[in-house]
Design a protein around this ligand. Structure first.
Ligand code: HEM
Length: 457
């Protein structure tokens, strides 16, 4: 380590605007204005009860953390505290050799040629959702998108086996999402698991419900395989069949359970949020909306939703999704821990630091994104990415821990967007302010009611 390494500037721990004055005065305002803090940079830190929390807002520094020196930066303790109580050792939380093995086992299920088999299921769910709406009604787009992505992930993971349980699974997921969606002070500290584990009865019941349903489906599948029935086309079938290339081992029931619940959680709310912000932005930008309509009318004709082979002929739909996730990345922060001391550009990164990386902040840096507040899907036209550093755009993270569901999510976004936009326009409710709610994900505060207007009968 060179002696010339600089200390990153320290910033005061900024209390949140709406914290009560007495709490601020006593220094008891642990919820801080995260959005304002994230956009400082390129590197700064604050102290939280003696712990250093670094905010990194520079594409090169982020590349070093996520890719070039990734082995030095495992996931932070917040993953274990927030997610492990019900995701167990699923891919989002696990580390080291165990993670590497699971990732290798699961990766083939997400290859494009396997995803092709899931496109029709996605299109069916999307078209059915679009068919349920009526002209001149108000819908909560966030709730609607949550329902359709939940159905898609349930059916693509478990096939028909889950149809009878969807309502029960959705209720359990809503409880878990609510519980784990909160940013809590204790999540930043290495505490024994029993101290951070949510203890509410509702939480325990929701975990038990998911465990019971997943165990039943896995058991039925194993029995069907033992009877010699041909394997299905869903993700569960692929995960059950997957064998480690070196040892030939398949996953145990416990590993399957953790991975399935992880895919279930990671796989629906994020895509629902991206779709929700897309409809919000299209309503604000009629010229982009008109371009999208022209593209999908030309490609779809009278069909209710795109098929897999249509997707490459819908480039503007993809550009709209990418630009939406630039302005509103659903996973707007994620975090790491520095094992050993390291150097980021001129700065020292001390061992043990908690590191916050924010796609939201990187996506709004004016030197990477001219006029960053403007919604311009053309930024994602082919070749445009050469104008900015690769790690300036991170809706799906980067490096070895990049989102495994990236292609799945992009395909799902295009299919749902096109199925809905083919029939309906969504208009903003006049006078209703739309704000972000920064929790674990970046949702619109209070949902997103919009007015449904028919484009065609
Ligand atoms: C728009 C939708 C989505 C967004 C914005 C998103 C975002 C992300 C991000 C940022 C990470 C990295 C987190 C980190 O490095 O700390 C991640 C990881 C992950 N995502 Fe997604 N995701 C989306 C959709 C999906 C879908 C559809 C699935 C599965 C069906 C999925 C499954 C996962 C899993 C399992 C991981 C952990 C991967 C690993 O560590 O090996 N995600 N996602």
């Amino acid at each position: 380590m060179s002696a010339a390494a600089l200390e990153a500037p320290r910033i005061e721990f900024p209390p949140m605007k709406e914290a009560p004055a007495l709490a601020r005065w006593l220094g008891l305002a642990p919820r801080f204005d995260i959005m304002a803090t994230l956009e400082r940079g390129p590197l700064c830190y604050t102290r939280l009860l003696g712990k250093r929390i670094y905010f990194v807002n520079d594409a090169e520094f982020v590349k070093r953390i996520l890719l070039d020196n990734a082995a030095n930066y495992p996931k932070s303790v917040t993953y274990r505290n927030n997610l492990r109580p019900f995701l167990g050792d699923g891919l989002l939380v696990s580390e080291g050799e165990f993670w590497r093995r699971q990732r290798r086992l699961m990766q083939p299920a997400f290859h494009l040629r396997r995803l092709r088999a899931l496109a029709d299921t996605m299109a069916g769910c999307a078209a059915a959702a679009a068919a349920r709406w009526s002209h001149a009604t108000i819908v909560d787009v966030m709730a609607q998108m949550n329902a359709v992505t939940m159905e898609i992930v349930a059916k693509t993971l478990f096939g028909a086996d889950v149809s009878a349980d969807i309502a029960e699974v959705a209720d359990a997921m809503a409880v878990l999402q609510e519980e784990t969606g909160r940013v809590r002070l204790r999540a930043f500290f290495e505490l024994p698991e029993f101290l951070v584990r949510p203890r509410g009865r509702e939480f325990r019941r929701a975990v038990a419900t998911l465990d019971r349903i997943v165990a039943r489906i896995v058991c039925e599948r194993r029995a069907a395989a033992a009877r010699g029935e041909p394997p299905r086309e869903d993700l569960l079938a692929m995960l059950i069949e997957a064998k480690d290339a070196d040892t030939g081992d398949a996953m145990t029931d416990r590993q399957l359970r953790d991975e399935l619940v992880t895919l279930f959680l990671a796989g629906h709310e994020t895509t629902a949020i991206a779709l929700t912000w897309t409809f919000h932005l299209l309503a604000q930008h009629p010229e982009a909306e008109a371009k999208l309509h022209a593209e999908l009318d030309a490609v779809l004709g009278e069909r209710a939703a795109p098929a897999f082979d249509d997707l490459e002929r819908l480039p503007y739909a993809r550009m709209v999704a990418e630009e939406t996730m630039r302005l509103y990345p659903p996973a707007y922060v994620f975090s790491r821990r520095a094992l050993a001391e390291d150097r980021l550009g001129p700065y020292r990164m001390p061992a043990g630091a908690h590191i916050v990386i924010s796609p939201y902040a990187l996506h709004r840096r004016p030197d990477y994104w001219p006029e960053p507040e403007a919604f311009r899907p053309e930024r994602f036209a082919p070749g445009e990415e050469r104008a900015r550093p690769r790690y300036a755009y991170l809706p799906f993270g980067g490096g070895p821990r990049v989102c495994i569901g990236n292609a799945f999510a992009m395909m799902e976004h295009a299919i749902v967007l096109c199925a809905i936009a083919r029939r309906w326009r969504l208009e903003a409710i006049p006078g209703r302010e739309v704000a972000t709610e920064p929790r674990i994900t970046l949702r619109p505060r209070g949902g997103l009611p919009m007015r449904v207007v028919a484009r065609r009968a």
